[in-house]
Design a protein around this ligand. Structure first.
Ligand code: PLP
Length: 364
């Protein structure tokens, strides 16, 4: 049963001038809105204490399970303001379903889709002035998460779980924006293994990625390109927070098949839009050897990464131990740019949403 998230407004909201200064240059993940949504789960009561209240710190006993065993999951999606002032979510039902799958994998209780959607909508309504005007690619980034909040030591599913949603005004994730990123092929670290947690959006996956990200930066790259093993004979998986796509000279849009990667909402969106651009969507395993050879011989003309935070970001170069190659002319590709514009056009209401992907949260 989906229930209402009762709103108790904060008595200390950010003064308008301060909020305006933040919205002028919000960055990403640095400034948070005035409220948070939350709910609590226990085996006896199920989900209860649904509310939206002032954003405030948690008080956690040092034995709280999440601090020791990382029983935690999260989601990431955005609210977009359209030119007429209305505010919309983009395919939030898919985030709700992925959240439920992540919960199952991590031994956490399933949050009903209606609660997921109601909590986000209540928070966005409470913090409406924080949704940036659509001058560039600004949006309100929304972060639902759930964690083991029971105080105990011992490896078992927690019997007290907290669900929470926070939000932050956001500029594009990469400062280089649509200009392109370079990827480092790690043969030191993998992200996931069959039977592991690769398809779940759990905090531990990201904690484990930090050493690889540091390695990438040490080699002058923006992000890691993960393989499914630690030698270059393996398959290409995804990037740190983005799914990977190749465009071929035969008019295919190829992306690694699901399994150990995250099932991205943007990934699904791009696959659905592909035919509009004369591209045939193909989901299949891609070896790194194939990627490298087909970029070199020109069969792959464009490579891009896709995710909520970064939208579509061209990949302009790939580097690994002892080699480096550029994609195409190392300039962002035309088809990538066109797909990117289409996704953003739908999200910001500049083109018709013929797929029914948008969900209205606020007026006009
Ligand atoms: C590992 C990983 N892959 C892919 C994605 C892209 O998913 P989405 O398009 O749903 O943001 C993300 C971001 O959530 C991610 O963290």
């Amino acid at each position: 049963m989906g229930s209402a998230f009762r709103v108790v407004r904060s008595a200390h909201t950010t003064p308008e001038a301060e909020r305006a200064a933040i919205l002028a240059a919000p960055g990403f993940g640095r400034y948070f809105t005035d409220h948070m949504a939350s709910a609590v789960w226990t085996p006896d009561a199920g989900w209860h204490e649904r509310r939206v209240g002032a954003l405030e710190p948690f008080s956690l006993h040092p034995s709280t399970a999440v601090l020791h065993y990382a029983q935690e999951i999260f989601e990431g999606l955005k609210a977009y303001r359209h030119a007429d002032g209305s505010v919309w979510l983009f395919r939030p039902e898919r985030n709700a379903r992925r959240f439920a799958r992540s919960a199952e994998r991590m031994g956490l209780p399933r949050l009903p889709e209606a609660d997921f959607l109601a909590s986000i909508e209540a928070l966005v309504r409470a913090d409406e002035p924080w949704v940036p005007a659509p001058t560039g690619e600004e949006s309100l980034y929304i972060r639902p998460f759930m964690f083991a909040a029971e105080a105990f030591l011992g490896v078992r599913p927690a019997e007290r779980v907290v669900y929470c949603v926070i939000a932050c005004p956001a500029q594009p994730y990469f400062s280089s924006g649509a200009g392109g990123v370079t990827l480092w092929v790690s043969t030191t670290y993998t992200r996931a293994a069959k039977g592991g947690t690769g398809a779940a959006k759990c905090g531990g996956n990201y904690g484990a990625s930090l050493a690889a990200q540091t390695e990438a930066e040490r080699h002058g790259c923006d992000q890691v390109l993960y393989l499914d093993g630690t030698d270059e004979e393996g398959h290409v998986e995804e990037s740190g927070a983005m799914n990977l796509f190749l465009i071929t000279s035969r008019g295919e849009l190829v992306t690694p098949a699901l399994g150990t990667i995250l099932e991205g909402v943007t990934r699904d969106t791009v696959l659905a839009l592909a035919p509009e651009f004369g591209l045939t969507p193909v989901e299949r395993p891609v070896t790194f050897r194939e990627l490298r050879a087909s970029v070199t011989d020109g069969t792959v003309t464009e490579v891009f990464a896709a995710g909520t935070a970064a939208v579509l970001t061209p990949v302009t170069g790939i580097k690994g131990e002892g080699y480096a190659f550029t994609i195409g002319s190392s300039e962002p590709g035309k088809q990538t740019a066109a797909l990117r514009e289409r996704v953003l056009g739908i999200q910001y209401g500049r083109v018709e949403d013929t797929y029914g992907w948008l969900r209205r949260v606020l007026g006009p």
